[in-house]
Structure formats: structure tokens, C-alpha cells
Design a protein around this ligand. Structure first.
Ligand code: ARG
Ligand code: ZN
Ligand code: CA
Length: 254
């Protein structure tokens, strides 16, 4: 695509307790974070050392709550569903009304974002491009969603959705998903080869896989640091996302 790709989103709030029925303000805060992070206008890129700052890239992708539903009727871009399920997992049950959740809207034309309680310390999960339509989209823990309401530190800056939408647009984890080895790759030439995930907020540099002196690019959204430590995508990551939006997900932007 040229210019800006604007992606219509539907947020499916699936709640068991009243607290999980998150506010519109919390939803809006997440859309705002996605727009800042994907346009690289987030001010916290200031934490990136000079040796890496040239890698920071604007994806030219923007997000908005859908204004028209699949039937062509006006919508807020938010659905709210009460469930008897106390907690969901990675089994996609939240993605179907037959299993305690709610079905997606036309996945070719909407980014479906389910927000619910998740078990096992899971912050979120995503489906990569090319998978089954009826489970396409991302799922985010309500307390890792947005920046207010139930959002809870250290995952209260909206970066779980930034990360999961990265997967949805075909990004791999920056360490190459090979455990802690040095043979896995994220297929991006500009991200240093790294061993395993980084957690918390590491101190620069963290050298692994002979990637010194600068070490791992743990400032990247596709690592596993706390929200305040992940602040950037790289040029080659943007290239992968654009390739996805120009092919498999070409009907997604409006
Ligand atoms: N563990 C999740 C995944 O692999 C998300 C990690 C998000 N990290 C964060 N700091 N919010 O997709
Ligand atoms: Zn991930
Ligand atoms: Ca690795």
C-alpha cells in the first residue's frame, strides 16, 4: 500500500465479572496506544540508545473502531457479551458464541480484538495471517488492555495489543523462538540475532549470540519485556507487515 493503511477494528468485550466489562475509555486508550506505537509517535522511544535509534520505524498503519458493522449499519465498533466462563485460554473458545464467547465479524475486513479474562498468566495471543477465518484476530487479557480502568502494571501501557497485532501482521518474536539458542530467526535482517526473550526492563546492553557490543534489541515490541521497556518496531519488521497487508490481509485496510 501507499500512504497510510487504516484498519477498522471491532473490540469484543467478553465479561464474567462486572469489572471485566471494561469502559469505553479503556478501549479508547488502547486504540490511542496502537496509533502512537504503529506511527512511532510514542514519546518513550527516548529510552532507545543512539546505536539503535536509527532502526525505529513508522509502520504507516493506523487503527480505528469500526463505524459500520458487517450489515452496513452504524456501530460503535464494540460488542459486549456476558459469559459464564470465568477464564479463557488459548483454545479460541472466546471466539465463538457456542463456547462462551462471541463470533468474529468478517475477518477479511475487520481486525477482531477479543478482551476477556485469561488464565495461566497469559497476557494475550494472536493468530498469524493465513489461518482459519473463524478464529482470526487477537485476544487480550482485560487487565493488559489499554492504560486505564482494569489495566494493571507492569502491563498497563497497552503494549500487549501492540505485540499481538504485530503477530497478526506476521511478525515473529525477536529472539527467533528457538528457546535460548542462536539458530532461530525472526526473518528480519536489522534485528540482532538474540538468544531468548528478555523480561522486566533490562539494562543496556544485553549481549547474547555474539551480538555485542550493542546486544539484543530488547526495546522492540516483539520481545517480552514489561510494557515500559518495549517502544519500537524496525524497518524490516515494517516491511514484513506491509507485505502481509499487500497480500494475505489486503482487504483489511479501508
Ligand atoms: N506473551 C504474549 C505473547 O507471546 C504477550 C507478551 C506481551 N508483553 C508485554 N509486555 N505486554 O504473545
Ligand atoms: Zn508474542
Ligand atoms: Ca534465539
Amino acid at each position: 500500500f501507499t500512504g497510510i493503511a487504516r484498519i477498522p477494528c471491532v473490540v469484543h468485550v467478553v465479561w464474567n465479572t462486572n469489572a471485566q466489562n471494561i469502559s469505553q475509555a479503556q478501549i479508547d486508550s488502547q486504540i490511542d496506544v496502537l496509533n502512537r506505537d504503529y506511527r512511532a509517535t510514542n514519546p518513550d522511544t527516548s529510552i532507545v540508545p543512539g546505536v539503535f535509534s536509527g532502526l525505529i520505524a513508522d509502520t504507516r498503519i493506523e487503527f480505528y473502531l469500526a463505524t459500520e458493522d458487517p450489515n452496513g449499519n452504524p456501530t460503535t465498533g464494540v460488542t459486549r457479551t456476558q459469559t459464564s466462563t470465568a477464564s479463557f485460554g488459548t483454545d479460541d473458545k472466546v471466539k465463538s458464541s457456542a463456547t462462551g464467547g462471541i463470533d468474529p465479524w468478517d475477518t477479511a475486513h475487520y481486525l477482531n480484538i477479543w478482551v476477556c479474562q485469561l488464565g495461566g498468566g497469559l497476557l494475550g495471543y494472536a493468530q498469524f495471517p493465513g489461518g482459519p477465518a473463524n478464529t482470526d484476530g487477537v485476544v487480550i487479557l482485560h487487565s493488559g488492555f489499554g492504560t486505564n480502568g482494569t489495566a494493571t502494571a507492569p502491563f498497563d501501557l497497552g503494549r500487549t495489543a501492540t505485540h499481538e497485532v504485530g503477530h497478526y501482521l506476521n511478525l515473529l518474536h525477536i529472539w527467533g523462538d528457538d528457546g535460548s539458542g542462536c539458530s532461530g530467526s525472526d526473518e528480519c535482517a536489522d534485528t540482532p540475532n538474540a538468544a531468548g526473550p528478555n523480561f522486566g526492563v533490562p539494562t543496556f546492553p544485553h549481549v547474547t549470540c555474539s551480538n555485542g557490543p550493542n546486544g539484543d534489541l530488547f526495546y522492540d515490541y516483539m520481545d517480552y519485556t514489561d510494557d515500559r521497556g518495549m517502544v519500537m518496531f524496525t524497518t524490516d519488521q515494517v516491511t514484513r507487515m506491509h507485505a502481509c497487508l499487500d497480500t494475505v490481509r489486503k482487504d483489511l485496510p479501508d
